[in-house]
Design a protein around this ligand. Structure first.
Ligand SMILES: C[S@@+](CC[C@H](N)C(=O)[O-])C[C@H]1O[C@@H](n2cnc3c(N)ncnc32)[C@H](O)[C@@H]1O
Length: 205
């Protein structure tokens, strides 16, 4: 079972955002896909707080899939499906057999700055196909805005990420907004979180 200290710090804030944006739909059963689930710490907490949602975790790494399975077993989570291998940079047709208009919510936490622009493009084009009308794409992370990264701790994080992998780094909110628009979604809200992190909420039109 993997343990991410950051996930231990941020899951409560993320739960609050999800509960807030989904509260008007809590009378019906929802289906949520999580991309790049990592350890599995988030999805099991989300399931405990929002039992009206069936959660589908996913990742590209085998060790993540094993860890997610261990969290599901340890918490006896009934509304979390077994994790699937899903590479978000691929075309949605390769996304673990998920079908068009099957998701009410797609969540990606700390995925886009730890992956290439191809993944960002994949996330938005996949979400454009998989989300139902009015479905939500929720992206948590750190960003550039209009080509500028502030404050200096985020500049430093961007430099560190690019040193680890030249294709990684903070994505630009304006570029993500355009990707959303090109895939039938629009950015509805930007929620300030801790330590200059933000949740971006996109809605399928
Ligand atoms: C920084 S971790 C974040 C994990 C978790 N969401 C969290 O916040 O604790 C990024 C995760 O994204 C996964 N990942 C990277 N590229 C991916 C891709 N193209 N498709 C799906 N998952 C990917 C990695 O394997 C890793 O588990």
């Amino acid at each position: 079972m993997l343990l991410s200290p950051q996930a231990e710090r941020n899951w409560e804030g993320l739960c609050a955002v999800l509960e807030d944006v989904l509260q008007d739909q809590s009378h019906r059963h929802l289906f949520a896909l999580e991309l790049g689930s990592g350890t599995g710490q988030h999805v099991i907490r989300f399931a405990q707080k929002m039992p009206f949602v069936t959660w589908q975790p996913s990742d590209i790494k085998e060790e993540s899939l094993d860890s997610i399975k261990a969290y599901i077993a340890a918490t006896n989570a009934k509304t979390v499906l077994q994790p699937v291998h899903l590479d978000a940079s691929e075309l949605w047709e390769k996304w673990a057999g998920l079908s068009r208009n099957s998701c009410d919510v797609i969540v990606a936490i700390n995925l886009l700055h730890y992956s290439s622009f191809k993944t960002a493009k994949g996330v938005f084009s996949g979400a454009g196909q998989l989300l139902r009308q009015n479905g939500l794409l929720i992206i948590y992370g750190v960003y550039a805005i209009n080509g500028t990264i502030t404050p200096s701790c985020n500049e430093q994080l961007d430099a560190e990420l690019r040193k680890m992998n030249p294709d990684w780094g903070l994505p630009d909110i304006d570029v993500l907004r355009q990707l959303a628009y090109g895939n039938g979604m629009r950015m509805e809200r930007m929620i300030e979180m801790e330590e200059y992190y933000r949740c971006l909420i996109f809605r399928k039109l």
